[in-house]
Ligand binder design. Structure first.
Ligand SMILES: CC(C)(COP(=O)(O)OP(=O)(O)OC[C@H]1O[C@@H](n2cnc3c(N)ncnc32)[C@H](O)[C@@H]1OP(=O)(O)O)[C@@H](O)C(=O)NCCC(=O)NCCS
Length: 155
């Protein structure tokens, strides 16, 4: 079965949430850190609205998850996770391209990313540029690299 990106479905919310946790843990964070991130790494029924959350199936297996969200005109890449055994095969790049296309199709001109420090170079490789730092929503006192991807020229 060829690799395909398609909207997340209710039946896979649990698997998708577990998938989000595995690549995060892959960076070597301890149990307390992972527990503090639990909410941030959990997909719920509201995440299925509007087709803004997708799963990437590779050979029939869920291998990646991505989600974009908006607050007014401000778009953010909320989730982008590739299961560790599937890393390095282009899935992250394909999910990033989906995010860019999705935001662009809805008229968004920029997409911000509060990146895990170990993923920041991946986003730079995708064409995002540094835009300062932002406080982690899950870990008090933790500062994350903020990156910005330009979808379209505003002029
Ligand atoms: C970061 C992540 C999404 C990359 O996914 P992936 O499927 O392994 O990436 P790809 O195979 O599509 O790589 C695309 C390109 O980015 C590069 N790249 C991938 N991960 C990278 C990293 N962590 N740092 C620097 N470059 C990276 C690849 O070498 C490749 O470059 P190339 O086009 O020159 O060959 C994945 O490693 C992941 O889920 N990590 C853990 C979770 C996480 O931190 N997610 C981000 C939350 S902000």
């Amino acid at each position: 079965m060829p690799a395909a990106i398609r909207p997340s479905i209710k039946e896979e919310l649990k698997d998708a949430s577990s998938l989000c946790r595995r690549p995060k843990a892959y960076w070597g964070y301890d149990a307390a850190f992972m527990e503090a991130c639990r909410d941030e790494l959990t997909l719920s029924a509201t995440d299925l609205e509007g087709g803004l959350s997708v799963g990437m199936c590779d050979g029939g297996v869920l291998s990646g998850v991505a989600q974009v969200i908006s607050e007014g005109e401000n778009w953010e890449l909320e989730k982008l996770f590739v299961d560790p055994p599937a890393m390095g095969r282009g899935i992250g790049g394909q999910l990033f391209a989906w995010a860019v296309e999705t935001v662009g199709a809805r008229g968004g001109q920029t997409m911000h990313i509060a990146a895990d420090p170990q993923a920041a170079d991946f986003y730079r490789r995708m064409g995002a540029v540094d835009a300062g730092h932002i406080s982690s929503a899950s870990i008090p006192g933790r500062s994350l690299p903020l990156l910005c991807y330009q979808i379209a020229d505003s002029g």
